[in-house]
Design a protein around this ligand. Structure first.
Ligand SMILES: [Zn+2]
Ligand SMILES: [Zn+2]
Length: 248
């Protein structure tokens, strides 16, 4: 099994366990490399990301752990940066670029927090048309191509609450066209797309991001892939990697 995990959260953002608790679990599980990727600062939504002061402490804390456990595990200091954040990321070993919001008239709404909120956004901002919603989402994903990123995070996060095509058809031509356009825009970056098991461990999905059609498309275009747990709790480090690593 792959014993590396680069997409992980802690109490510095919206995770359940401290960095040291997470790292001790990673060591116990036999990981060779562990990457921390706290949610990077955004000035429009401080509920789940690190504020400026916490960002400074986060870096200091992770670097101290890197030193403390250097004989046991390789530690990487990363960040999960939203496309709408312009906070500098030069200090990090790597950056995961993700899209978590829809923006309209200067208002940002999170698309991955709550299923009812998700439906409300579609009804209030897109007249209930999930394909317009998805097209807007993927236009934001395209903007990741302008960022300095090392990993593309959960490219089809917009499907989080759509298990079994509950709200829209993930094989609909408009949906697939928008998603593939985003993949095409990101392929030239030459960085891996995540296979992300985070929504499985949180009970929203039965399979990882991206959906099979998109995963096959990425593969057909020669895109690189990386397995990530996007874990918010120590018990979910490398969540179901044994089951899904065949997708690589
Ligand atoms: Zn994310
Ligand atoms: Zn994450």
């Amino acid at each position: 099994m792959i014993l590396k995990d680069f997409h992980t959260h802690t109490t510095y953002c919206d995770g359940n366990h401290s960095p040291e608790e997470m790292l001790l679990s990673a060591i116990e599980k036999g990981l060779t490399t562990y990457g921390f990727s706290g949610h990077g600062y955004t000035d429009f939504d401080l509920r789940y990301c690190m504020n400026l002061e916490e960002t400074v402490q986060y870096k200091r804390d992770i670097l101290a752990l890197k030193e403390k456990y250097k004989d046991k595990i390789e530690v990487k200091l990363g960040i999960e940066q939203d496309v709408f954040s312009n906070h500098p990321t030069d200090d990090y070993d790597y950056v995961i670029g993700s899209v978590h919001y829809i923006r309209k008239d200067g208002v940002y709404r999170s698309i991955d927090e709550d299923p009812q909120d998700f439906e409300n956004i579609c009804n209030e901002w897109f007249d209930g048309d999930y394909y317009s919603f998805a097209e807007d989402y993927y236009r934001n994903v395209v903007k990741l191509a302008e960022k300095k990123i090392d990993i593309i995070g959960h490219i089809d996060l917009i499907t989080k609450f759509n298990e079994g095509n509950r709200l829209f058809d993930m094989a609909h031509p408009r949906y697939l066209a928008a998603a593939k356009k985003a993949i095409d825009a990101l392929l030239p970056l030459g960085v891996p797309f995540e296979i992300n098991t985070g929504a499985i461990s949180r009970g929203y999905r039965s399979a990882p991001y991206p959906a099979p059609e998109l995963l096959e498309y990425i593969k057909s275009k020669g895109g690189m892939l990386i397995l990530s747990s996007d874990t918010h709790a120590r018990e979910n480090i490398c969540f179901q990697f044994d089951k899904w690593e065949k997708l690589l």
